[in-house]
Design a protein around this ligand. Structure first.
Ligand SMILES: [Ca+2]
Ligand SMILES: [Ca+2]
Ligand SMILES: [Ca+2]
Ligand SMILES: [Zn+2]
Length: 462
């Protein structure tokens, strides 16, 4: 119990210290309420944390999850957005087209359609494609047609910041908010003012979300509370608040606050891990996110820079933990770090595994469609060649451990069966790149052959 008390106290301290930090810089700082909520539940259920960590390790293991995990199916998830505004302004009552731009941002980042050209080269090998698509619901729980957007002028009281998490008024019609639609069948996203009565000079709470383990298999928490909440200031791409108050910058204008919260919703910790001492981060290199291909880091990346200068140019290596024999720098490009929208570009392959497994295990009722995209694996190679992203804008990454014993002949064919690119790669080269930039936007077949093994993958250039 003593540890638990310390925990809560440290949260109060870190919040205060964040305020001081922000005041000293006179800049906007944005935080997320995930850890606060997570530790509250850990207080009540002592084995909650350990169970979650164990499950992450199981989710990302090869083969263990093989029954559930396949890397070729895209899952389509239906979404309802509950738009709650305290004042009927364009800032708070976000228009439909900006809500649509948020869905687009989710589809971009969960399907590796984002621009990752500034991702540092050592991290390209870790790029994952979650292959989860989002669409606004077209039928409501009663079977009636809907736009997938609900609106209400709310009366949420005066709670703000983490006080919101205690009341959750915005998720309850009786308390001035909007009730969830069946959370087993809809991804419910609430948009409201999480920073009521503040002007941002002390920083903003951007959003928060809960792990599936709060609700499944047993509800430790009422299931009607399942779904991310995002502050209206950070919802959508280049919304009116961003245009008028943040200089229309890409710092928070690309819809990635919601992408980050969806990472939590699908079972991801923050990249630096849930650190019990968020004042000094003294255990920041011991505690981590249980994901191996996110480099262990000590604390949020955002604490190293001063906005608005932030342009991701501060390389940090806060922990010397090795992965595959390499001590990587902190991955500030990861959606689960505290960075800025323009810095983010990656969910790693292990994060993707975790999210897909969580979706299928606990949230499969959200899936309204599924289809196989891209990669046609040849069974004899047992899924040992991966070609991504698919579709691609030009650069194609190949990851293979197919056990070739002679050089690999790689040939790319267009739809007319003509060879448009040819390359010979040493058998033991596990990662390489093909550049289709400048070729006609179409489907291409990539053929790999070596010592009698012959397999073809299909890729879409767009
Ligand atoms: Ca860590
Ligand atoms: Ca990690
Ligand atoms: Ca490191
Ligand atoms: Zn977070």
């Amino acid at each position: 119990m003593k540890r638990i008390f310390t925990l809560r106290l440290s949260f109060i301290i870190v919040f205060c210290s964040m305020i001081q930090f922000v005041n000293a810089q006179k800049v906007v700082q944005k935080t997320c309420g995930f850890e606060h909520a997570y530790f509250q539940l850990s207080d009540q259920h002592p084995d909650f944390d350990a169970k979650n960590r164990l499950e992450i390790q199981e989710d990302i293991k090869e083969n263990v999850a093989g029954r559930l995990y396949d890397d070729t199916t895209t899952y389509v998830v239906r979404v309802v957005v509950h738009m709650i505004y305290l004042a009927d302004t364009k800032y708070q009552n976000i228009p439909d087209d900006i809500i649509a731009s948020q869905i687009d941002a989710m589809n971009r980042d969960f399907n590796l359609l984002n621009d990752y050209s500034s991702l540092r080269p050592e991290f390209v090998q870790f790029l994952g494609n979650a292959r989860i698509q989002f669409k606004l619901a077209d039928t409501d729980p009663n079977g009636n047609p809907t736009t997938g957007i609900e609106r209400k002028k709310g009366e949420l009281g005066t709670a703000n910041g983490w006080g919101i998490l205690t009341g959750e008024n915005h998720k309850q019609s009786a308390k001035g908010g909007l009730d969830a639609w069946n959370t087993a069948k809809y991804l419910n996203i609430w948009v409201c003012d999480l920073n009521y009565g503040t002007d941002g000079s002390e920083g903003y709470l951007g959003g928060y979300a809960y792990f599936p383990s709060y609700f499944y298999p047993l509800p430790l928490f009422p299931r009607v509370l399942d779904g991310p909440t995002v502050d209206y200031r950070f919802f959508g791409q280049h919304n009116w608040f961003n245009q008028d108050s943040l200089g229309n910058s890409n710092r928070y204008g690309m819809g990635r606050t919601t992408v980050h919260e969806l990472g939590h919703y699908l079972g991801l910790f923050h990249a630096w891990g849930n650190v019990l001492d968020p004042v000094n981060y003294s255990t920041g290199c011991v505690e981590d996110d249980e994901i191996k291909d996110t480099p262990n880091s000590k604390k949020p990346y955002a604490v190293y820079y001063v906005e608005p200068r932030n342009v991701c140019d501060t390389i940090v290596n806060s922990c010397n933990t090795q992965y595959n024999g390499v001590d990587y720098d902190d991955m500030f490009e990861n959606y689960m770090d505290y960075s800025t929208d323009s810095c983010y570009s990656i969910f790693t392959q292990q994060q993707v595994k975790r999210m897909r497994n969580q979706l299928l295990k606990y949230r499969s009722g959200l899936i309204v469609d599924r289809f196989v995209t891209g990669i046609d694996h040849v069974t004899s190679l047992n899924n040992k060649i991966d070609v991504f992203p698919n579709p691609t804008n030009g650069r194609v990454f190949v990851k293979q451990n197919a056990g070739f014993i002679s050089d690999i002949q790689v040939r790319v064919f267009n739809v007319f069966g003509e060879v448009v690119l040819e390359k010979v790669v040493p058998a033991n080269q596990t990662n390489f790149e093909l550049d289709l930039s400048g070729m006609a936007k179409s489907v291409y077949l990539i053929n790999f052959s070596a010592n009698g093994v012959n397999t073809t993958e299909k890729i879409m250039l767009q």
